[in-house]
Ligand binder design. Structure first.
Ligand code: ZN
Length: 481
């Protein structure tokens, strides 16, 4: 290898060249280039490697110098409820789980397309600015076109599904909703509705199949949803075995452990990605490992509601070690969208050494794992030639990157979202110097605040501050700054 760059004429032109990056590729060997470069042509990555190699072959129309900062594939959030995004700080923090779900039910009942669009813009913008370049919605968007338009506007990759498919009336959480009655016929007629988005392989917003899950669907509906997704080369997802109490109720209904039941029903297949899976017994672990299905772990919300109880060994690190593909997700907005990897890391360690995950393993879940759970690992999740150019460039000039011996840990555990400088999705620069290049962030915030305040008032939810708040002169009630 010659260190001398050949004449420009010998080099191929590419649209964008990222040089001088600490390149975390997440390729098959998990190669890290301490001084690497990425060449992007159109929507795709055309070359990845050490800087001298890539610069010898490519000249960029535009060049970004990463200044030694980490460059990595965008994180993928494999389960996020877009319509919940603006509930942050609107629902009282002290509410119980039951009260929270009552607020959610009213919130969903009251939302219109503009509320969902505003949620989609704010959520997408926040994800991108935290280095998340793709999300899979958790099956709760009514006006999917409005949320798809929001994703395209901010420039984030997404996958949407039909909302609130359930037919047994067994779900104990959101049954007060009036917009989605438990009816098999309604659900069967809607199944696969969003898969039309997959006709173009280049679509930024795709579709998957989703049931609400956790025992809220009949066997007939679970089989139909699993089949529709498989027949169309899409992913099937549902909530499953989230809490001790919820799983006990599902088990009482079935007369056996839920995952064992699903295995016997023949619905645990490689295109399935079930969310949560906090309560998994050994007989269930065995069928999950055998099935080739994915698991989407939402560690922060699991802690928030004590779904498994504190100090108990979580099944997700064990299943991951046994070969199950594990993705990561935030589920809700409460904790910010850079929280999942750190929380997964910490949760894996709070019962001692046996299940502790390394930063690299959690990094893998947030990229490759979530991309596989979404069924698009062939397109995203790693920096490799031929994959979509979904790339995050960090800023290394932060105290959290010091002393900088091993930047993977600094990035994941210390600097997190605040170190995001530039984000590229589908070959387009959508965040530069930490801000959106696509939307006026102030307008997104204003709209989100207005919509959230108004919706909160209509459903009777408002923050209850513990400390006395002296309102600014002339202001009327809650006005977030
Ligand atoms: Zn969820």
């Amino acid at each position: 290898m010659s260190m001398q760059a050949p004449a420009v004429g010998a080099r191929e032109q590419c649209d964008l060249l990222i040089r001088n990056g600490y390149l975390i590729t997440m390729d098959g060997n998990r190669t890290v280039y301490a001084r690497g470069a990425v060449a992007v042509g159109g929507r795709l990555i055309v070359a990845v490697g050490s800087e001298p190699d890539v610069l010898a072959r490519y000249a960029g129309k535009r060049v970004i110098d990463a200044r030694g900062a980490p460059v990595h594939p965008g994180f993928v959030d494999a389960h996020y409820h877009i319509p919940n995004h603006l509930t942050r700080g609107v629902f009282p923090d002290a509410a119980t789980t039951k009260e929270y779900y009552l607020f959610y039910a009213r919130w969903y009942d009251q939302m219109d397309a503009e509320d969902e669009h505003a949620s989609g813009l704010a959520a997408g913008l926040e994800m991108l600015r935290n280095g998340v370049t793709c999300y899979m919605e958790g099956g709760t968007v009514f006006e999917t076109d409005a949320v798809a338009a929001a994703a395209e506007a901010v420039g984030i990759r997404a996958s949407l599904s039909e909302p609130f498919l359930w037919d047994t009336g067994q779900d104990a959480t959101l049954t007060n909703m009036t917009r989605s009655r438990p009816e098999t016929k309604r659900c069967l007629s809607q199944l696969g509705r969003e898969l039309r988005r997959n006709r173009s392989p280049e679509a930024l917003v795709r579709g998957h199949v989703c049931l609400f899950g956790s025992g809220s669907a009949s066997d007939e509906l679970v089989v139909a949803a699993t089949d529709v997704a498989e027949k169309n080369g899409a992913v099937f997802s549902q909530h499953q075995s989230t809490s001790v109490a919820g799983t006990a109720a599902h088990e009482a209904l079935l007369g056996r452990h839920p995952l064992v039941h699903f295995a016997e029903l023949g619905v645990l297949r490689p295109h399935c990605a079930y969310t949560h899976m906090n309560v998994i017994r050994e007989d269930e672990a065995e069928v999950v490992v055998r099935s080739g299905m994915s698991l989407i772990w939402c560690p922060a919300i699991s802690m928030n509601w004590g779904f498994l109880g504190s100090g108990r060994r979580r099944p997700q690190p064990d299943l991951y070690r046994r070969g199950v593909n594990v993705g990561l997700a935030a589920d809700v907005s409460k904790f910010g969208l850079d929280t999942s990897p750190l929380t997964a890391y910490l949760l894996s360690r709070d019962v001692g050494d046996a299940t502790q995950l390394a930063a690299e393993e959690v990094f893998e879940m947030a990229t490759v794992g979530s991309a596989r759970a979404m069924g698009i690992w062939d397109r995203i999740g790693s920096l490799e030639a031929g994959k979509c150019a979904d790339i995050v460039i960090r800023s290394a000039s932060l105290p959290e990157f010091q002393p900088g011996h091993y930047l993977v840990q600094n990035l994941l555990l210390a600097s997190r979202g605040k170190s995001v400088d530039t984000v590229i999705v589908d070959g387009q620069i959508v965040v530069r110097s930490g801000h959106s290049t696509r939307v006026d962030e102030g307008v997104v915030y204003d709209t989100a605040r207005r919509r959230a305040t108004d919706l909160g008032r209509r459903i009777g939810a408002a923050p209850v501050p513990r400390w006395p708040v002296v309102e600014a002169a002339g202001s009327a009630g809650m006005q977030a700054q």
